[in-house]
Design a protein around this ligand. Sequence first.
Ligand SMILES: *[C@@H]1O[C@H](CO)[C@@H](O)[C@H](O)[C@H]1NC(C)=O
Ligand SMILES: *[C@@H]1O[C@H](CO)[C@@H](O)[C@H](O)[C@H]1NC(C)=O
Ligand SMILES: *[C@@H]1O[C@H](CO)[C@@H](O)[C@H](O)[C@H]1NC(C)=O
Ligand SMILES: *[C@@H]1O[C@H](CO)[C@@H](O)[C@H](O)[C@H]1NC(C)=O
Ligand SMILES: *[C@@H]1O[C@H](CO)[C@@H](O)[C@H](O)[C@H]1NC(C)=O
Ligand SMILES: *[C@@H]1O[C@H](CO)[C@@H](O)[C@H](O)[C@H]1NC(C)=O
Ligand SMILES: *[C@@H]1O[C@H](CO)[C@@H](O)[C@H](O)[C@H]1NC(C)=O
Ligand SMILES: *[C@@H]1O[C@H](CO)[C@@H](O)[C@H](O)[C@H]1NC(C)=O
Ligand SMILES: *[C@@H]1O[C@H](CO)[C@@H](O)[C@H](O)[C@H]1NC(C)=O
Ligand SMILES: *[C@@H]1O[C@H](CO)[C@@H](O)[C@H](O)[C@H]1NC(C)=O
Ligand SMILES: *[C@@H]1O[C@H](CO)[C@@H](O)[C@H](O)[C@H]1NC(C)=O
Ligand SMILES: *[C@@H]1O[C@H](CO)[C@@H](O)[C@H](O)[C@H]1NC(C)=O
Length: 562
Amino acid sequence: MIQELLCAAIIMAGADAAFGRTFAGTAAYPQTFVDEFNPLKYTGNLGPYSQRPGVGISPDVPAGCKVEQVVLFARHGERYPTPNEVTAQEKLLSKLNKWAPKKGFVGSLTFLNKYKYFLPNEGYANLEIPSGPYSGLAGSFQFGAEFAGKYGDLWNDEVLPLFSDDFERDLETARAFGQGFLGFNYSTSAAINTYPSFETCDAKKWTTCDIKSNSSGFPANNLRYPAFEVAALRLNEENHLKLTVDDVYTLLALGSYEISATGSSPWVDVFTTEEWLAFQYSYDAYFDCYFGSQSPRAKAVGSLFVNATAELLKKGPKDSLALALVFGHDVDLTAILAAMDLATPSRKIDPKTISFNNNFRLTDVAPMGARFVIERLSCKAPGLTNDTNLVGMTNSTTPLWNSNWTSPDSNFTDWYPNITMTNSTSASNGSMWNGTMWNSTMSNGTMSNSTWSNGTSGTNSSSSSNSTSSGGASWSANVTETTFIRFVLNDAVVPWDHGYDGPGFSVSLEKFLEVVDKQVEAADYETVCGTKPEPLTFFTKYNTTTGMDYDTHPIPFQAGQY
Ligand SMILES: *[C@@H]1O[C@H](CO)[C@@H](O)[C@H](O)[C@H]1NC(C)=O
Ligand SMILES: *[C@@H]1O[C@H](CO)[C@@H](O)[C@H](O)[C@H]1NC(C)=O
Ligand SMILES: *[C@@H]1O[C@H](CO)[C@@H](O)[C@H](O)[C@H]1NC(C)=O
Ligand SMILES: *[C@@H]1O[C@H](CO)[C@@H](O)[C@H](O)[C@H]1NC(C)=O
Ligand SMILES: *[C@@H]1O[C@H](CO)[C@@H](O)[C@H](O)[C@H]1NC(C)=O
Ligand SMILES: *[C@@H]1O[C@H](CO)[C@@H](O)[C@H](O)[C@H]1NC(C)=O
Ligand SMILES: *[C@@H]1O[C@H](CO)[C@@H](O)[C@H](O)[C@H]1NC(C)=O
Ligand SMILES: *[C@@H]1O[C@H](CO)[C@@H](O)[C@H](O)[C@H]1NC(C)=O
Ligand SMILES: *[C@@H]1O[C@H](CO)[C@@H](O)[C@H](O)[C@H]1NC(C)=O
Ligand SMILES: *[C@@H]1O[C@H](CO)[C@@H](O)[C@H](O)[C@H]1NC(C)=O
Ligand SMILES: *[C@@H]1O[C@H](CO)[C@@H](O)[C@H](O)[C@H]1NC(C)=O
Ligand SMILES: *[C@@H]1O[C@H](CO)[C@@H](O)[C@H](O)[C@H]1NC(C)=O
């Protein structure tokens, strides 16, 4: 038997096949998706930035389109824990020290014998992490530089406002981003502005979820699942400790922050996948219930920002900011998304039971450094459509090619007419389809009036097709370029359930405005918050001075707000 195995091994080694299939050439695409368990995806809103897994849509600008306006809402970069969290974590670590077995910790906690809490200085609580692989300051700078690579041409060399609320960490993020985005023009061209928080709603009801918060005011995450108890029992037995369920929760949070602060954490391996998953779910549910789709309050406060954004995008880059760059908190971001009904759970999240397939993970939505980008696109390309009248068109057996063309045509964009798919049978400027593809040298007059009928056409001849209008859909020339809106959350394009029939699965501006209007109305700020909404005005009223571009004061001990 051993002989045979050896023999087989030698043959395989000889064939260079010991480590898998080997063929000439290199595979262009990996067959592995190793991120199925990536610790970063189990850190709630406490861990470092990680991209949102997409649905397969390229984040590149769709062919035939150009970006003409961008709204960014970014969460601050990776930061240290809040003072309260620091206190809880230090207290727990000193408890563990007190409980330490005489001969030292063993097993999964052996590392504790030489462990040092990651916070360099108590004063750093709340602040951006200045160094390390997941540094918040470095990450924000890099994000700004990358943003310039993608959208930098929208900056017109004039003073560029950057909006932050007045939290030190948000200001620091805005400044680092600005320096990355504007490079050496930062000191003269950036105008850091602060905006008043729109999280001021005094709602009677924070959530429609069936959960109780043990604190008045800002609700705490007190969701504790059986997995935490399992972990406590295991660790207690191993090293004779007295950990509680809350302690386990605190350690999972500590581990998440430690990854942000130093790049890794020994606590990752102390807990099982089930335990990390429970921790993550507690954050998914906590956020969705209090700051997301199951919170009337979140929808109300988010609607203020969404309303102001809609106004901006409606005006367009000529009459408003081409680059609207806003920095704030995770709860603002989830409120905005809830108000827009974008990237919210596809199934209701039940805080009492861990469940799957709701397409919602807070680490995909609001990790540290989260960024939500709304692009206003100007497109010559036609959109997609789900008009069934057009199915026949794709069923044509005739190649879409005019034999008079010399191939290939390098002026590819000319192939995108200034049209949108319509269902119209009275194409006012004539139907574009006439056995040939539109090109921009065709004048208004040369397009024929024939409309698509029963799907067999594709040539200029009349033998098999109806060349007269008979109720079919047509491509009708629309003289102006068409405007679409697209959403990119944490580097992934998010198609909007309310409509995505534009290029790159974008939605037409009209549809966007129509839906958003309804959403804002449904959020009903006045009823939920008990006061009339005060529309956000900072996109139109801002300073163009550079006075806040750098800190004018030493950063205070544990700076939260200023
Ligand atoms: C596409 O079809 C769905 C389902 O019939 C409909 O709800 C949606 O509005 C349609 N979208 C467009 C752009 O017509
Ligand atoms: C297209 O026209 C047909 C017939 O007039 C109509 O039934 C259908 O709803 C229209 N589709 C869209 C997307 O407007
Ligand atoms: C495409 O055409 C064939 C032949 O005419 C027909 O059988 C088929 O149903 C058509 N498919 C669609 C999606 O229209
Ligand atoms: C190609 O050009 C010739 C001459 O201009 C014209 O008669 C013919 O209809 C054209 N063919 C197509 C498919 O447009
Ligand atoms: C592409 O466009 C340029 C400038 O508009 C023109 O000179 C050239 O002939 C075009 N090329 C083709 C293949 O149409
Ligand atoms: C298109 O052609 C039909 C039939 O020839 C005609 O009745 C209709 O008025 C024409 N439409 C336009 C916009 O020219
Ligand atoms: C479209 O077809 C009609 C006849 O079917 C023809 O008279 C006209 O020249 C064609 N137009 C183009 C742009 O090919
Ligand atoms: C564009 O259309 C016009 C009119 O049909 C034709 O004369 C011209 O050759 C076309 N150009 C290309 C690049 O196909
Ligand atoms: C196309 O023709 C229509 C009707 O003749 C006219 O109103 C429109 O201005 C024309 N558009 C262009 C771009 O020439
Ligand atoms: C297209 O429509 C015409 C008349 O409207 C009809 O005679 C012909 O059979 C239809 N062709 C197909 C493939 O359905
Ligand atoms: C299409 O759009 C371009 C600019 O984007 C414009 O120059 C051209 O005149 C438009 N053509 C038509 C037919 O509207
Ligand atoms: C939405 O914006 C409009 C225009 O700026 C304003 O009149 C309206 O009060 C705003 N509504 C809300 C709910 O913010």
